[in-house]
Design a protein around this ligand. Sequence first.
Ligand SMILES: CC(C)(COP(=O)(O)OP(=O)(O)OC[C@H]1O[C@@H](n2cnc3c(N)ncnc32)[C@H](O)[C@@H]1OP(=O)(O)O)[C@@H](O)C(=O)NCCC(=O)NCCS
Length: 393
Amino acid sequence: MKIRRVSGEERLRTSFPLQSYAFDKSPTEQAVSAHYREVLPYHSGNHTLIAEENGATVAAVSAIPMRQNIRGSILPMAGVAGVATHPLARRQGYVRALLNRLLEAMRDDGHPVSVLYPFRTSFYARFGYVSLPQHRTATFSPAGLADLARATLPGDLRWRRIADGYADHRALTQRLMARQHGFSIFPDFRAVSLRDDRKWAVTAHVDGQVVGALSYRIDEHLGQLSADTLLHTGPHGRALLLSFLARHVDQVDRVNLWLLPGETPELWADDFAVETKTDVRVPGSAAPMARVLSLEGLAGIATGPAALTVEVVDDPLLAGRYHLDGTSGALAVERSAAPAAATLTAAGLSALVYGVLDPVEIVLRRLGRFPAETAGALRDLFPPQRPYVYAEF
Ligand SMILES: CC(C)(COP(=O)(O)OP(=O)(O)OC[C@H]1O[C@@H](n2cnc3c(N)ncnc32)[C@H](O)[C@@H]1OP(=O)(O)O)[C@@H](O)C(=O)NCCC(=O)NCCS
């Protein structure tokens, strides 16, 4: 097997045909190549590796150089996508070899964390990933928001094609990333795929600042308005966007949109009928997963006042002993030869850093081994937090 990096038009002959077979309906050759040529620019900065046998591509993996908020610090993040093996070459270790190489390359390139959307969580658990919370959607009739349509709200709304509203939408995602643990955004070359989409955008503005943005399309007259995430910085932005949706009462039967974490749509109006849903299906609609690629790369993230030595085991990227010191309020990381207070797998460590599992659960899930008294120190060092991954890929 030969592993090599591909870029540009070479993707059309190597990685894309495998991805197309794995993830698309069976189309005609022509439709595939026209579509993939069109989306080529959105992959231009990806790190793509392929495995070859006798010159033929048998497997491919990619990483998108993204950014993510980790406990208040914005860090480079490797978004893994396009993982596919030729149907006759599956279960022969190709993806294991490619993924290990890809994650090592992304770590060496300064990405201390990685996120992906798994087809099956057990597959990526073998690679040190741990599940993060799944997004929620809300479905409701705009009629339920009638009061908001009549309310006098500070600020104003702008309604445009996404091509024209994209800059405001993008600016808001960048602001939200700075505020929310786990929030991640695409690099420009990929984010512009939204700008080029056939969608509408409504943005909310207060005092010259973008405080809300929603991209959407109307699927059918008197049918559904399907929106992306209801992005806002707080009650003003949200109320303005909801008042916009309320004005579609004679145009669509229902609105479906994605929610930011912590939203309580049942409180948006009186007598408001709304269905919120967390859809987790495996395979099909699994929650995102994340892992740490470099502990040293996390130096400086906000921590609680605790210090201890941990040993990370069974992982080609992280294996070793580290002293983690959060007593200054920011994480300091040093390789150490001191006895370790806790043994952690990469997934166990990642669960602590992302704040998604309690130390007790880490032991129960066999993602780590440590005495009960160490659980307190780990909890103090990495207090629980709810990460929210914005970008879908
Ligand atoms: C999923 C897929 C990428 C796996 O590729 P592969 O080259 O067959 O994987 P490998 O042979 O390298 O297997 C890696 C490990 O995962 C295990 N594994 C493979 N397929 C698995 C599956 N479907 N479920 C759970 N574990 C699986 C292997 O046993 C192996 O474990 P080990 O190294 O501990 O022995 C491939 O089957 C595929 O292309 N599927 C269709 C597209 C897809 O679903 N891609 C994933 C998108 S997130």
